[in-house]
Every structure is written in C-alpha cells, then in structure tokens.
Design a protein around this ligand. Structure first.
Ligand code: CAA
Length: 275
C-alpha cells in the first residue's frame, strides 16, 4: 500500500476524504470529545463504529446525524471496563464493517475525591474504564491491524496524567498509565510489522499515539465546581476552555496515511496549560 495523497483543492485549500474506505471505532463516541472525533473522522470519509455504555438514544442520534451527512455509522453497546465486552465489540465491528483501521480509546469517567476519602472501589472503577479498557480493546484491534499491516490506535489521555490534580488520584494514575501503554504498543506494533516483513517505508504503517487534552468544554468539565474551574482558567495562558473539535482535528491528522512517521508520542492540546 502506498501513502495516499491527501486530496487538497489547490484553490480553496480544502481537503478531500483522506480516510475514505477506513473504519474507525471510537469508544464513548457519541458524547463530548468522542462525538467530535466521530464527526471529524466521518467528515474525512471514515465509516464510524461509535461505542457507548448507557446512552443508546444519544448514540442513535449521532449515527442518524452522520448518515444524514452521507456517512456510515454503526453503534455498539459495551462496558470498556469489561474485557469480555471489549473483545465482543471489536468482533462486532469486524463482522459489520469487515475491517478496523482506527481505534480511538476515548471512553473515560471521573470519580473525583481526595485520596483520604477515595475508596478502593472508586480507584478500581476509574482505572478499569480509563486504563484497562484501552488495553482490552487494543489487544484484539492490534492483532487485526498487525495481520493487515496497517492501523492507527489513539489513546485519549489528559493533562491530568501529565501534571496531576487535587481530587483525581485515580484519574491521573490511569491517564499517566496510558502514556506507558502507548509507548509500549507503538514499539511492539513496529516490531511485529518488522517481523512479518510488513514495515513498508511508504505505507500508512501501524502507529500508536496518545492525545492529552487540557480542560475541554464538555459535560465532564461542567461538573467541576465553579470556584475550582475559575482557578483552573487562571492557569491556562489562553484563559478559556478548549472545544472538542480542537481535539478532534489532531486525532484526524494522526489518522492520515501521511502521518505514518509519528508514533509513540503524546500530543497535548491544552491552551498552553502545560508546557
Ligand atoms: N486545585 C487546587 N486545589 C483544589 C482543586 C484543584 N483542582 N480542587 C479542589 N481544591 C481545593 C479546594 O479549593 C479546597 O481548598 P481549601 O480547603 O483551601 O478551600 C480543598 O481542595 C478541598 O476541596 P473541597 O472543599 O471541594 O473538598 P471536597 O472534599 O468536597 O471535594 C474535590 C474535593 C473532589 C477535589 C472537589 O473539590 C472537586 O471535585 N474538585 C475538582 C476536581 C477537578 O478538577 N476535576 C476535573 C474534572 S474534568 C476532567 O477530569 C477532564 C480532564 O481530563 C481535564
């Protein structure tokens, strides 16, 4: 496979459909940052498989929206904290779409409490969804991508994994853990491709990267007490929350074939909050 040219209109600078024919599984893909990623990848031509846990109506609405814009979107219920559900969902996507090119491990939850008040259950719940879920999904996805010799895995981490935060020991630990998982899978993916004789200098390759959004304007951040959020904004040089679309466009960039040389990295999108 050769690197597909990014179709760009020379007059308007508008790009065509660099992800046409690709299939992207986006967990938590119908809400917040995940929904923006689903829309962005669909806009670039990818068929979307949107994962959800409880919000069936929201997932169906997102699918309807993508399809009314001429795209393809299936919805998949599952709990990413369950290894069984993760394997089942990847199987469903392969059955329904015939391939999986892009996995976006986006689903995440918070149970914010100071360590002194955090129960082992609070800890385990957040770590299982935000960290173990990425492993459970990546394992079957990676197996398929190594067989095919190409793919993209994007782990949506957080600035909290880089700098920590009062009240978020479980979340910070899980989001930091995604950095180690990302770097290791990036190395293992390249190694596996090399062993299979599929490390093609000019192909799309099989890359694994992490994204570290800062405070983004979503329901999750809306739950942060106002006085805490005011203090957070004072720490952001751009003095505002980010928009989900500002994260989604970086994901789309990394999914393009021409981004094949970028792997094992952390992409921060945080208005300069951490630098
Ligand atoms: N940074 C610094 N200090 C903080 C803080 C923060 N982010 N959050 C809370 N504090 C301080 C409070 O100001 C308070 O200080 P004082 O005692 O000096 O007044 C102290 O910690 C205790 O706070 P509370 O009175 O609120 O105590 P609590 O036990 O009722 O709640 C808490 C503690 C659960 C941490 C609560 O303050 C809270 O929910 N904070 C917000 C946590 C947060 O920022 N979550 C981010 C969610 S968004 C997200 O996670 C997305 C992403 O990736 C960025």
């Amino acid at each position: 496979m050769t690197v597909s040219a990014v179709r760009q209109d020379p007059r308007t600078g508008e790009r065509g459909s660099p992800l046409a024919g690709r299939v992207a599984l986006v967990t938590g893909g119908a809400r917040g940052i995940g929904a923006a990623i689903s829309r962005q990848l669909a806009g670039q031509g990818a068929a979307i498989a949107a994962g959800y846990r409880r919000g069936r109506d929201g997932a169906l609405a997102l699918a309807g929206e993508v399809e009314s814009n001429g795209g393809v979107c299936t919805v998949h219920q599952g709990h990413v904290g369950s290894a069984y559900d993760c394997e089942r969902v990847v199987g469903e996507v392969l059955d329904q779409h015939g391939r999986l090119d892009i996995l976006v491990n986006n689903a995440g939850i918070t149970v914010d409490k100071p360590v002194l008040k955090m129960s082992p259950q609070d800890w385990n719940e957040v770590v299982s969804v935000n960290l173990s879920g990425a492993f459970y999904l990546s394992k079957p996805a990676l197996e398929h991508m190594v067989d095919r010799g190409s793919g993209r895995i994007l782990n949506i981490s957080s600035i909290i994994g880089q700098i920590g935060n009062v009240g978020q020991a479980n979340y910070a630990a899980a989001k930091s853990g995604l950095f180690g998982l990302t770097m290791t899978m990036a190395r293992e993916a390249a190694h596996a491709l090399g062993k299979a004789g599929k490390l093609d200098d000019r192909g799309p390759g099989l890359t694994v990267n992490a994204i570290a959004p800062g405070f983004i304007d979503t329901e999750m951040v809306a739950d942060v007490p106002e006085r805490v959020l005011d203090r957070v904004k004072q720490q952001i040089p751009l003095r505002r929350l980010g928009q989900p679309e500002e994260v989604a466009r970086v994901v789309a960039f990394l999914c393009e074939d021409a981004s094949a040389y970028v792997t094992g990295q952390v992409w921060a999108i945080n208005g300069g909050m951490e630098m």
